[in-house]
Design a protein around this ligand. Structure first.
Ligand SMILES: [Zn+2]
Length: 216
């Protein structure tokens, strides 16, 4: 079994489930309660992967793990089945932002693609933030304005409490009676997208936001 099938956000989700199990164990809950917590975690993890083989189910099964070390090894084992973020070249990125003639690109050689749900970088000179994501099998990119807030709040993408920036994008949605009106969408998201990629465990909001913004 060598096929990679686990996404970054899946692995983050699994890590969160392990944290819940460890938290229950630490509170010395009765063994039956702890067993139920583990069983529920297992079920939630398997729910992420509707079409997997028996081997893959076996790999994901965490019901027999007990020690911290076993959990560490389990995560290491799963990490070798991580689907990396698609490799992109600079021309491919430029093509995603055809209107931006002065597009500032990230240093692709410095980005760890294996733990990435979405690719994002900032152009501080123009206060622009770029997000690239594989949406329904197609790579899409979006350009947003951002304002640094240096405040802590809940990130819309990963749902954790962290340093956020406010970013807004103007969508293609128009009001039929007002040709000058374009709908704008604003969000608070993690200022540091590599931290956000370590925490994001669900892409529902990210995909909805991109679909709304790109009118897909
Ligand atoms: Zn975040």
């Amino acid at each position: 079994m060598t096929e990679k099938f686990i996404r970054n956000e899946h692995l983050n989700f699994i890590k969160k489930q392990i944290a819940l199990i460890k938290d229950s164990a630490k509170k010395n809950v009765p063994p039956t309660v702890l067993a139920a917590v583990i069983e529920l975690a297992n079920a939630k993890i398997l729910d992420l992967f509707p079409n997997i083989s028996m081997d893959q189910q076996e790999l994901l099964d965490l019901s027999r793990l007990k020690t911290d070390n076993e959990y560490v090894q389990y995560i290491q084992r799963l990490s070798s089945f991580l689907l990396p973020f698609p490799k992109l070249t600079e021309p491919q990125l430029k093509k995603m932002f055809p209107k931006n003639k002065k597009l500032k690109l990230p240093d692709l050689s410095k980005i760890d693609l294996s733990h990435l749900t979405y690719l994002s970088w900032n152009d501080l000179g123009s206060n622009k933030k770029f997000i690239v994501y594989e949406l329904d099998g197609k790579m899409v990119g979006i350009e947003c304005r951002f304002i640094t807030t240096s405040k802590k709040n809940i990130c819309s993408f990963c749902n954790s409490f962290s340093e956020v920036t406010y970013f807004s994008t103007v969508t293609k949605a128009k009001k039929s009676n007002n040709p000058d009106y374009y709908k704008s969408i604003g969000n608070l998201i993690c200022a540091d997208s590599s931290e956000c990629n370590k925490k994001i465990s669900n892409v529902d909001y990210l995909t909805t936001f991109l679909k709304d913004s790109l009118l897909m």
